[in-house]
Design a protein around this ligand. Structure first.
Ligand SMILES: [Mn+2]
Length: 238
């Protein structure tokens, strides 16, 4: 069986919920389409755990790319660190700084080795697995990797011929406002699987390509009551 999920964003309990449901076997393969890290605390351990599983392929997301730039590039004006922090990188960096030099070097090596796209064939369908967009897709950076991890596909975009593109990066609520935390099966051979796991009211989705069965993380906590949250905010604002 072939499974695809994306944008775990440090949500450890949602990640574990999916792993419990799919019970990955030796002959199965799981593709994780980037953005294991940032916005929530447990990104690095999740990325590391997935990376070393023999039947898992992890792709590069824009968040891993941001982390690599922030921690390895000459950055006198904090351009790269600023961008990372503005996109939820602080929780990752806060923990990273407390890790041993060996662990830090290992995580950077892992990120450097992540592929940008992957291809897999299932039931006679050729799937192109991407974080943001297929490599070679022109966006606004003029850099092939940046374009591939940052592009937000539009529902009307034209995909490469004879390929069904499965992408993360952009929460599916952008394509189906009335069905927000579900996998998006678009026209033009596009499937979006980022169900907003990064956010409190999202969840982690996972698609099994053999039969297109969808799996969703189940919460082990009671979501906070909206009236309660708004009540708290009204107190804070006063
Ligand atoms: Mn992303």
């Amino acid at each position: 069986m072939i499974y695809v999920m994306s944008d775990i964003h440090g949500q450890y309990s949602r990640y574990k919920s999916i792993m419990r449901q799919i019970r990955l076997r030796k002959d199965d393969h799981l593709y994780v389409l980037g953005d294991c890290i940032d916005r929530n605390p447990f990104g690095l351990p999740i990325l590391k755990e997935l990376y070393y599983k023999p039947n898992v392929t992890v792709l590069l997301g824009n968040h891993e790319h941001m982390m690599l730039e922030a921690l390895t590039k000459e950055d006198p004006n904090n351009k790269y660190m600023g961008r990372w922090y503005n996109n939820g990188g602080f929780v990752t960096h806060r923990r990273y700084r407390h890790c041993t030099p060996a662990y830090r070097a290992e995580m950077l090596d892992i990120i450097r080795s992540l592929p940008v796209n992957a291809e897999v064939r299932c039931n006679g369908v050729d799937y192109l697995l991407v974080h943001g967009a297929p490599l070679g897709y022109k966006y606004k950076y003029g850099d092939a990797v940046m374009d591939a991890v940052w592009t937000r596909l539009d529902y009307a975009d034209v995909m490469p011929e004879n390929k069904t593109v499965i992408f993360g990066h952009t929460p599916t609520s952008r394509y189906q406002a009335g069905w927000p935390i579900h996998i998006y099966h678009g026209e033009n051979r596009m499937i979006g699987i980022d169900c907003g796991c990064a956010y409190i009211d999202g969840r982690l989705g996972c698609l099994r390509l053999d039969d297109m069965k969808e799996f969703y993380s189940e919460e082990d906590w009671v979501p906070p009551d909206r009236d309660l949250i708004e009540g708290i905010y009204s107190i804070v604002k006063r």
